[in-house]
Structures are given as C-alpha cells and as structure tokens.
Design a protein around this ligand. Structure first.
Ligand SMILES: Nc1nc2c(ncn2[C@@H]2O[C@H](COP(=O)(O)OP(=O)(O)OP(=O)(O)O)[C@@H](O)[C@H]2O)c(=O)[nH]1
Length: 315
C-alpha cells in the first residue's frame, strides 16, 4: 500500500495522544451495486496476500474477506453477497445473510463509483441502510482515477445529499489513492477493543471456499442472463500426492438444467477445459503448489428453490 501522507522536511511532532486514544477494532462491510469496485477495494486494502491463515476463526461469521492490521487497530472486512430484491429461495437466504451480517457490523461503507451518475440502484441500497441504525455509515466514492476531478467533486456533493454520513471519502483501489487514509479513518470509527484476530491473520475463509469461489468465477466468464445464479460449486476432496508436490482437487459445478450443463461443458468439453485452466492459476497461487483440478458438471434440478439441496450446496 502506498503512503499518501504529505512528506515535509521538517521534523514531525509526536502525534498528540488523545484522552480516548486506544486500540480500535471492528467490522466493516462494503455494500453497493454490482461492479462498483467492492472486491477490488477489499483486495487492495488487505494487500495481495490472499493467504490462508492457520489460525482458527474466533467468531462464527462466515464471510470474512480480509483483515487489515495497523498499529492503531484492526479492520475486519466482512463480505455481503449484495443487497437485492429476492426472487428465489436462494435470493431470500442471501438476503437473510446480508441482514444478519449488516446488523452486526460497526461500519457500513456504501461504494459509489465516481464515473457513473447515482441511480435508482444506489438509492435503493442507501435506503436499506436505514435498517441498520447501529452501524456508522460511510460513503466511499470509488474509481476516482477514472473520472476527471470536477466529476469526482460533483459526485461527492451528490453523495452528501443521500444521508448524514460519518465520513465521505474518494478513493481509487487500482491506483492506490487514499487507501491509507481510508483505513485510518475507518479504524477511527471502530470501537475501542482488544485485537480481535492474531496479527498474522489475513482471512478466515476456509481454503475450500476460496477454491470453490475461483472455480465459480472462472465458470462465469462469458455467460450471461440467469445462468450465473444457477451455478454452485462444491469441493469433494483435496488430496496431496505422496510422490509429487501436487494437490489433487475434485470439484463439482452444479447447474439447474441439462441445457445449462451443455453450456458449461461446451463443444467437446472445450469450455470446461478453459474453466479448469483459468481457475487453476489463482488456485495454484493460493496453495503455493501445482494443482490438478478435476471438475464434474452435475445437474441439481431447481436447486435454488429446494431447501435440502440449498443446504447441501452450502447455503
Ligand atoms: N479504474 C478503476 N477501475 C476499478 C477500480 N476498482 C475496481 N475497478 C474495476 O471495476 C470493475 C468491478 O470491480 P469489482 O471490484 O469486481 O466490483 P464489485 O463491486 O465487487 O462487483 P460485484 O462483485 O459484481 O458486486 C472491475 O473491472 C475493476 O477492475 C478503480 O479504483 N479504478
């Protein structure tokens, strides 16, 4: 992460110790329309160390994406699958998850891109935030590298009209602008607390979940319409080979219909091979060794509406 504080030649006075200064730690969740840059921001804040930590999670929260450690405190970034109007049972469960997640966090950061006008989607999500009075609300204007300065300034004043914010801040995740400031300001909004995680913890998502997510991402490349919501990935087994430094991973891609299965597999299996190749890159990076990936595509009819199947697929 770059340091964007101004440097001067003068010796800096010691930072003033405020009466209530102390270590702060808490949970933040970034919400916003699809594509506004939530994942990119999370990754940039946590750093590229998409590491698996050996430490056991100390909470039961499922969706912790990353933990940022600073001298002043700890920022635990919790993932939400996005607030949307439920159409299926899956949608409802995801919304339940959002509800329980957001009811628990200390800060909610609404992400709005600098380079797109605020629309009904942003306003809908902003209104939903009223249901979480406990959380402090922060507006994050993302992607400022992609907008001329006056446009960003205009966006900041539009965002200001949405509600009383505890903080409004412009950032760019890809150009590392204002990321240190964002971390500092978010920590300042957290309650004083003991560290909630050990200093080497970066995420407590289990390895299998991350691997499944990479396969799901790769399987979504180039597909559209309703298919994305019909895909679920499970991992059956991960086995270290005894004779070689290779990890065998056996995964399933579940779809809802035969027609979708055909799309995922592609002509002569070509698409599925691409999915495997594409997914292997981040997975090998993650596990730090060569991976052999075996993916089977299975049809679980209407799994989004079937409570039993949903349970089996991890929802
Ligand atoms: N120029 C620019 N592009 C960015 C920035 N942050 C994210 N993007 C791009 O915006 C797109 C969406 O970013 P994501 O991080 O996937 O957005 P998201 O909000 O997590 O999207 P969902 O997962 O669909 O909710 C990607 O193509 C990113 O590369 C930024 O700071 N500057």
């Amino acid at each position: 992460m770059t340091h964007d504080d101004q440097n001067t030649d003068h010796p800096q006075p010691e930072p003033e110790v405020l009466p209530d200064a102390g270590y702060r730690a808490g949970f933040v969740s970034f919400v916003g329309r699809p594509n506004v840059g939530k994942s990119t921001l999370t990754n940039a804040l946590v750093g590229q160390k998409v590491a698996i930590t050996s430490s056991k999670p100390q909470t039961t929260r499922k969706a912790i994406r990353g933990i940022v450690h600073e001298d002043t405190g700890q920022l635990i970034i919790v993932d939400t699958p996005g607030i949307h109007r439920p159409r299926t049972l899956l949608g409802e469960r995801l919304n339940d998850l959002v509800q329980s997640t957001l009811s628990d966090v200390d800060v909610i950061g609404l992400c709005v891109p600098a380079n797109e006008k605020i629309g009904p989607g942003d306003k809908f999500i902003n209104e939903q935030l009223d249901h979480y009075p406990r959380a402090k609300k922060v507006a994050i204007v993302t992607k400022i590298d992609a907008a001329p300065r006056p446009t960003t300034a205009e966006q900041l004043s539009e965002v200001q009209k949405l509600r009383e914010w505890d903080l409004i801040i412009p950032v760019s995740a890809t150009s590392s602008i204002q990321l240190d400031t964002l971390v500092r300001e978010l920590i300042a909004l957290m309650p004083t607390s003991e560290p909630l995680y050990p200093a080497d913890a970066i995420t407590d998502e289990v390895l299998e979940d991350r691997i499944a997510e990479y396969i799901r991402e790769a399987s979504l490349e180039g597909v559209h319409d309703e298919l994305p919501h019909s895909i679920a990935v499970t991992i059956d087994d991960m086995i270290e080979r005894e004779d070689k430094d290779i990890l065998d991973i056996f995964a399933n891609i579940f779809v809802e219909r035969d027609s979708q299965k055909a799309i995922i597999i592609g002509k002569g299996g070509s698409r599925l091979r691409d999915v495997g190749q594409q997914a292997r890159i981040p997975i090998e990076k993650l596990v730090g060794k060569q991976v052999f990936l075996s993916i089977r595509v299975k049809v679980a009819k209407d799994w989004q509406r079937d409570p039993k199947l949903l349970g089996r697929l991890g929802f």
